[in-house]
Design a protein around this ligand. Structure first.
Ligand SMILES: C[S@@+](CC[C@H](N)C(=O)[O-])C[C@H]1O[C@@H](n2cnc3c(N)ncnc32)[C@H](O)[C@@H]1O
Length: 353
């Protein structure tokens, strides 16, 4: 574990055991020593901790360009169409979107990268260079206020990176996962709002061991991001499931290090990624509260088949040299096969009108 974080935790532990979500917040976002506040990014294959859909190739950004072009048309082709990406990481989704947008949509498109992660910012300066130079792309800080705009708020793997608290029903009471002086343990606790939410999702038929994760900061972030939209599309691409399915599987925190994944979230703090399934039922309910009704949730595989002209693209790929052709095919398989990202990842879309 990072020695500074260890000291922070020891200081905090004088007040008692620490809820897992607080440990996760510190481990990922401590201003100096957090995993997402380091100069080097964790994304990629060799020597890195995990990859995202963007490492597999440009297919996600290319499909997004077509999806957003359709949204732009539905909205009557506004002259300015701003795309804000919170949790934008290296800016690769923005790069692939900007590189494949065409015609009047490309002229209207402006992309804003929002992620205070220093590694993200540095990598995005390179990835977005041509569009930063032309003024078609820009950066904003997480604390920057934004005037509402017409366009879209998009994210890839933002919501799974928010500090999340595991809760579990033991058959009699709710327990939350804590970090004690040495080991993690489950402590009976009054569940308050999460308990009400979990009970409502299961109609009271919880089994011992059922449980899920609760992101305390989700309402605030959803309010902030949906508030940026005057009119347009809110899209979240992430892994997760409905609230009832997460409860039935006993959703917990995951730790990624060197492409290995396990549940020992309390180990190697500050040097490993910590992540949790997204509760799409709750995200949908919060969007509704913010005036974005009728959200639709599709698997990533289905969403790609809906918006990407795969037949035409496959014919074009046949013209490529063998290594490039193979890369394109692998990119498609990684994002659409059910056992890869095709089913586990979902795309949530909701409109602000
Ligand atoms: C799992 S990474 C995903 C990065 C990128 N979207 C990708 O797919 O490669 C999550 C990113 O979200 C950022 N993040 C977390 N909370 C955020 C917030 N409230 N606003 C903007 N970015 C945030 C983190 O700094 C981190 O870079």
């Amino acid at each position: 574990m990072n020695a500074h974080l260890n000291q922070c935790l020891q200081d905090r532990a004088r007040l008692g055991a620490i809820p897992a979500a607080e440990v996760m917040a510190l481990a990922l976002y401590h201003p100096e020593h957090g995993y997402y506040r380091q100069p080097n990014g964790p994304w990629g294959f060799e020597g890195k901790d995990y990859y995202t859909a963007l490492d597999c190739g440009p297919l996600l950004g290319e499909t997004l360009a077509l999806r957003l072009e359709k949204a732009w048309e539905t909205m009557g082709q506004p002259r300015n169409f701003t795309v804000l990406e919170p949790g934008a990481g290296r800016g690769w989704l923005g790069r692939d979107l900007l590189a494949s947008a065409q015609g009047g949509f490309a002229d209207a498109l402006r992309y804003l990268h929002r992620d205070d992660n220093p590694a993200a910012r540095q990598a995005a300066e390179t990835a977005l260079a041509p569009w930063l130079e032309s003024g078609q792309a820009g950066f904003i800080r997480e604390s920057d206020p934004m005037e509402p705009f017409i366009g879209a708020v998009i994210s890839n793997e933002l919501f799974d990176a928010l500090p999340a608290q595991p809760w579990r029903w033991n058959g009699e009471v709710w327990e939350r996962e804590m970090l004690g002086p040495e080991d993690p343990f489950w402590e009976p606790a009054e569940p308050g709002t999460p308990g009400v939410w979990f009970a409502a999702q299961t109609e009271g038929d919880l089994e011992p061991g059922d449980g899920s994760v609760w992101v305390e900061g989700l309402p605030q972030l959803v309010r902030e991001l949906s508030g940026c939209l005057e009119q347009g599309l809110f899209m979240a691409i992430d892994y997760g499931d409905s609230a009832s399915r997460l409860l039935a599987k006993g959703a917990d925190l995951r730790r990624y290090k060197g492409h290995a994944v396990d549940g020992t979230w309390w180990e190697g703090l500050g040097t490993c990624d910590l992540t949790a399934d997204v509760d799409f039922t709750r995200l949908t309910a919060l969007l509704l509260q913010e005036g974005l009704p009728d959200a639709t949730l599709r698997s990533l595989g289905r969403w790609i088949r809906e918006y990407a002209p795969l037949g035409a693209w496959e014919s074009q790929w046949q013209e490529l040299e063998s290594p490039q052709r193979l890369q394109r095919m692998e990119n498609l398989l990684a994002l659409t096969l059910p056992g890869m990202m095709g089913d586990r990842f979902k795309v949530l879309e909701a409109w602000k009108t």
